[in-house]
Design a binder for this molecule. Structure first.
Ligand SMILES: Cc1ncc(COP(=O)(O)O)c(C=O)c1O
Length: 383
């Protein structure tokens, strides 16, 4: 099977491990939580947990997933039953499982761009026709629903996207979600929504699982729960037949999840408000600093009202995004994620959620841009 290079993961992960990476502002997870911090924050007893671990049976856990974990996940939605939750390996495992369970070469899908690349490249590899709809900067990266209704037809199997969007952070509000459901329903299409970044507003953020039966939602412990290392991903599917299909595919892929991972994540989710409050605090503090920096910036602009963990920042310089970010890393030790990872030229993604040395990072970016401008004007004067 031919498959496109996964640009984001193949560029960002090595860059992350590079010795040059002194100030990491390229990721999208909220600063990871330690085991100790988790127990302090939740008020649960770490000693009791260690005792439980000592006695834990290291055989296969429950094939259908740890009931405690499925139960805690179901409570993140208005009306989801624990049986409608399928546990998988990470958000990537969730998306992969859904794509291979749902799509056939004769289908078309609508992919709302920028999208997580799995939702684009994997369907293409399967021979599915991918109809892209681009979110536009001048519209604050908000979806134009009219474009979606023009793009669907009776052969559309699914509308696939990320809400809140990665990297722009733009969202569909409830009324827009309902309109999108109407469009999907009019042609019998599924909605497949990656909701990895859902939950950072102070009030309850609706999920597509709350409003449509023909929906498949994916999510994981990685982003707003700060526990990417646990690799707990999940799929919510209300439709029993599709759930069986997904469950069958998962048996080929992983059989079941990890016993430690599901257990510790269940403990975290039973205190999800505390974990998410920590994330909201980190993101809102960083946002203030970054907004202040961007306000009136001569060379940088951010267009969206972001409810995710990142901003997509556009720059006015004649240098491609990958080079811009490689040079920034090499010269200044600051890592941001280049926009070509999302097919968004002349942009970079900046984390709102990983605050270490943020101000110093921003100062170095400005210094770097000044250097680039000087170099260019020297070049121009020589010509
Ligand atoms: C939208 C989106 N979906 C899925 C993933 C993968 O998540 P996980 O780490 O849980 O595999 C990411 C990670 O960056 C993401 O941004």
């Amino acid at each position: 099977m031919k498959i496109e290079e996964f640009i984001l993961e193949n560029w960002l992960n090595p860059a992350c491990g590079s010795k040059k990476n002194e100030i990491y502002l390229g990721g999208s997870c909220v600063s990871p939580i330690t085991v100790e911090e988790l127990f302090e924050l939740t008020g649960e007893s770490l000693d009791d947990f260690i005792e439980e671990l000592k006695k834990m049976d290291l055989g296969y856990p429950r094939f259908e997933g740890t009931p405690r974990t499925k139960n805690a996940i179901s409570k993140l939605y208005k009306d989801v039953n624990p049986d409608e939750v399928i546990l998988v390996h990470g958000g990537t495992g969730a998306n992969n499982t859904v794509i291979f369970s749902l799509l056939e070469p004769t289908d078309n899908i609508i992919s709302i761009m920028p999208n997580y690349q799995q939702f684009n490249s994997l369907p293409k590899s399967l021979g599915v026709e991918v109809r892209e709809i681009k979110l536009k900067a001048e519209a604050g990266y908000k979806l134009d629903l009219y474009e979606v209704s023009n793009a669907v037809d009776n052969n559309t199997k699914a509308i696939m996207f990320t809400n809140p969007n990665n990297p722009t952070g733009s969202i569909l509000e409830l009324e827009e979600m309902k309109e999108l459901v109407k469009i999907a329903d009019s042609v019998g299409a599924w909605i497949v929504c990656d909701e990895m970044y859902r939950g950072l507003k102070n009030e309850y953020m609706p999920s597509f699982a709350d409003i449509y039966d023909k929906v498949i939602v994916t999510c994981s412990s990685s982003k707003i729960y700060s526990m990417a290392g646990t690799r707990v991903g999940w799929i919510v599917c209300r439709d029993e037949e599709m759930r069986q299909t997904i469950f069958n595919y998962r048996s080929y892929d992983s059989i079941c999840g990890g016993v430690f991972d599901e257990w510790i994540f269940a403990i975290a989710l039973e205190h999800s408000e505390k974990i998410i409050s920590r994330s909201r605090k980190i993101v809102s503090q960083n946002k203030l600093i970054i907004d202040d920096w961007l306000n009136g910036h001569k060379n940088l602009k951010q267009y969206a009202e972001s409810y995710g963990t990142t901003y997509l920042i556009s720059y006015k310089l004649d240098i491609n995004a990958e080079k811009f970010c490689n040079e920034l890393l090499n010269r200044k030790g600051v890592l941001v994620c280049h926009g070509d990872c999302f097919y968004m030229p002349h942009t970079f993604r900046m984390s709102l959620a990983n605050g270490e040395n943020l101000e110093e990072g921003l100062r170095r970016i400005d210094e770097y841009i000044d250097e680039l401008l000087n170099e260019r004007s020297m070049l121009d004067s020589k010509l």
